[in-house]
Design a protein around this ligand. Structure first.
Ligand SMILES: [Zn+2]
Length: 631
């Protein structure tokens, strides 16, 4: 008896394990190893042995426009929290991407090219070591004199200089915006991420594949000539030392006011009455546990500021600032747009309070996000200005709050952001207009395309893709998948799970598998069929009516030619002339992703039409069935 019971339970355990593993999603070997090592957990939570490394950065940057040479010095204390002894460090020198020898996704103008980052002095644990500048590489391997044991740290001091590229209206992410306005990003040497799945991150920075950084603590000092304003990631620590009292007071007032306050007007800047008047001023910013810092400087950008409550429970406000030239009239409303974005996004989707104390939107060319900073172009259509800033601010959650490796899994960053973008534009302009824009801007290019790279599975590493294959697999395709997931789970349940995912992984390096596992764990369902279909397989969106079924012709057989588990509406016209719209979520395809039936309700059909809405159908010539007219 005992033997038999044990035998049966062993057998059922084996069957259970077999059925679990049969449903598992493909994992790269490094990711599977992380789960086996307990740094990640199959319930979707960080594992009991989760770790990440950390740097404390104290950076001083000297800028003096119109000179485009910027000079920096920094102290880094880098702590190894991994269980591995590190014999080397990888330092990232992202602005080497401007070197002629560097690989890039897209061609660049000649003016874009510079000689890259020049390290003037490298000191490790107090000892200065020789340094040879690199050509065409955006990271450098440094062999450590003393190996870095688990739990220990290394101190570095680095001095460097780099030339910014002259202004480039074709969308430079950083560099000169005009002669005396600079947007400065990716500018400081930093320790690459060393993580539990891949070790050192040595994916080249090729411009398009944007962020993967540790959560570090930063003190940033920017030394600029008088009469220049500096905006940067982090809280300004010394407004009283750099601004004249009246202007420091306006900035302070904006932190608690619902009004939009003109901190400095063009006239005041031209009159040179805004800053203190020593030759140079040191603007000091501080922020902890954040994945990057960026900054802007200008002597003629208008400065507006306001604030908005982003966490109603804690009554916490975030500062919202805008910096722009007089010609960019759409930016006169930028603080209002950005306040609206912070408010809506904090309370609806993603639906957790804006994670930072501030955002500053700078008029540039890039339409590009940085932690607490946005570099946006000026647009003739104010709706489009608002749309872009809503998108860029959404990145505050994905990838910055969530620590996503955007170089490899950009669908967790651009994908979520693009899905939420559709929702906030629906709130702004109404669902029909939002969906029209979404289809035109985010779906049509891949849904109706024959391009084979678009059909790669979304899970394909982003750094292995380029061009439209990259774009479609990181933006529109995953956005549609996330919206289908929300449609299937229902808004409240979807938001409950998303909130839990954000709660579990913010400030950490989350992976797609943590996200999929969290959705399974919190929903209590096995959604791997959905995740496999949308993220791990090659499909497109194409459903069609196969025919009516049932002896009375009251049901419909639906074929799925493209293979994606798309939600759709059946627009049904009954023989008696009455019509009805029946919604099918993706769960229609749970059991069989090639064919499904709607059994109807016993009323013979006169016609039936499939409406796929934003899930644009590749071939809609087979989306309608109609009974042959009688006689
Ligand atoms: Zn984006």
């Amino acid at each position: 008896m005992a033997m038999k019971t044990r035998f049966i339970s062993l057998l059922s355990l084996l069957l259970f394990v077999a059925s679990i593993s049969a449903q598992q999603l493909y994992m790269p070997r490094g990711v599977a190893k992380a789960f086996a090592n307990g740094t990640r957990s199959m319930d979707g939570k960080p594992g009991p042995k989760y770790w990440q490394n950390k740097g404390v950065y104290n950076i001083t940057l000297t800028v003096a426009p119109p000179s485009r040479t910027i000079r920096g010095s920094e102290e880094i204390r880098y702590t190894n929290n991994s269980p591995d002894t590190l014999d080397k460090l990888v330092l990232r020198l992202e602005l080497n991407s401007h070197q002629p020898e560097a690989p890039r996704e897209d061609p660049v103008a000649t003016e874009y090219l510079t000689t890259g980052v020049h390290i003037d002095e490298y000191t490790e644990n107090g000892k200065t070591k020789p340094w040879t500048d690199l050509k065409g590489l955006t990271f450098a391997t440094v062999m450590l004199d003393k190996k870095l044991a688990p739990g220990s740290y290394v101190d570095m001091k680095i001095k460097w200089h780099v030339d910014l590229a002259p202004h480039n209206e074709n969308g430079g992410r950083e560099g000169a915006i005009d002669d005396t306005t600079f947007f400065i990003a990716y500018f400081y040497p930093r320790v690459a991420v060393y993580d539990d799945t891949s070790g050192w991150d040595v994916t080249p920075f090729t411009e398009g594949h944007e962020f993967y950084n540790d959560f570090n603590d930063y003190t940033l000092q920017v030394v600029a000539p008088r009469n220049f304003i500096v905006w940067a990631t982090g809280d300004l620590q010394n407004a009283g030392e750099v601004l004249q009292p009246k202007f420091a007071e306006r900035l302070q007032r904006s932190m608690t006011s619902n009004d939009i306050i003109h901190v400095a007007t063009l006239k005041e800047l031209s009159d040179k009455v805004v800053t203190q008047q020593s030759d140079t001023l040191t603007w000091r910013f501080k922020t902890d546990h954040i994945s990057d810092v960026a900054l802007a400087v200008s002597d003629h950008y208008i400065w507006d500021a306001g604030s908005v409550v982003v966490d109603k429970a804690a009554n916490r406000r975030a500062s919202v600032q805008a910096a722009y030239d007089e010609k960019s009239k759409d930016f006169e409303k930028m603080v209002e747009y950005a306040k609206h974005a912070l408010d809506w996004e904090s309370n609806n989707f993603p639906g957790t309070p804006y994670p930072f104390s501030k955002t500053t939107v700078v008029r540039g060319w890039a339409d590009m996000e940085y932690p607490m900073m946005v570099n946006d172009s000026s647009q003739p259509d104010p709706n489009f200005t608002r749309f872009i800033v809503e998108h860029e601010i959404l990145h505050s959650w994905f990838p910055f709050h969530m620590g996503i490796n955007e170089r490899r899994y950009a669908f967790m960053d651009e994908g979520w952001t693009t899905a939420f973008e559709n929702l906030i534009v629906s709130a702004d302009l109404g669902k029909p207009a939002a969906d029209q824009m979404f289809k035109g801007f985010r779906v049509r290019s891949w849904a109706l395309s024959n391009a084979v790279d678009t059909d790669l599975p979304i899970i394909t590493p982003a750094d292995a893709m380029a061009g439209m294959g990259y774009r479609n697999n990181e933006y529109g395709k995953p956005a549609v998948a996330y919206l289908a997931l929300k449609d299937m789970l229902g808004d409240a349940e979807f938001k409950r799970i998303l909130t839990e995912f954000i709660g579990r992984w913010n400030g950490k390096h989350t992976l797609p598998w943590d996200m999929f596992n969290t959705f399974n764990n919190v929903s209590g369902k096995d959604l791997n069929w959905f995740f496999r279909n949308w993220f791990f397989e090659s499909h497109y969106m194409d459903v069609g009516v196969a025919g009516v079924i049932g002896s009375d012709g009251s049901g419909v057989s639906i074929k799925n030619t493209g293979g994606f588990a798309v939600p759709f509406d059946l627009v049904v016209e009954y023989a008696d002339g009455k019509t009805e719209r029946v919604h099918m979520t993706s769960s229609f395809w749970e059991k069989d992703q090639t064919r499904g039936t709607w059994n109807g309700n016993g009323r013979p059909l006169k016609s039936v039409t499939i409406d796929t809405g934003i899930y644009m159908d590749a071939n809609d010539t087979d989306n309608k069935w109609a009974a042959k007219p009688e006689g």
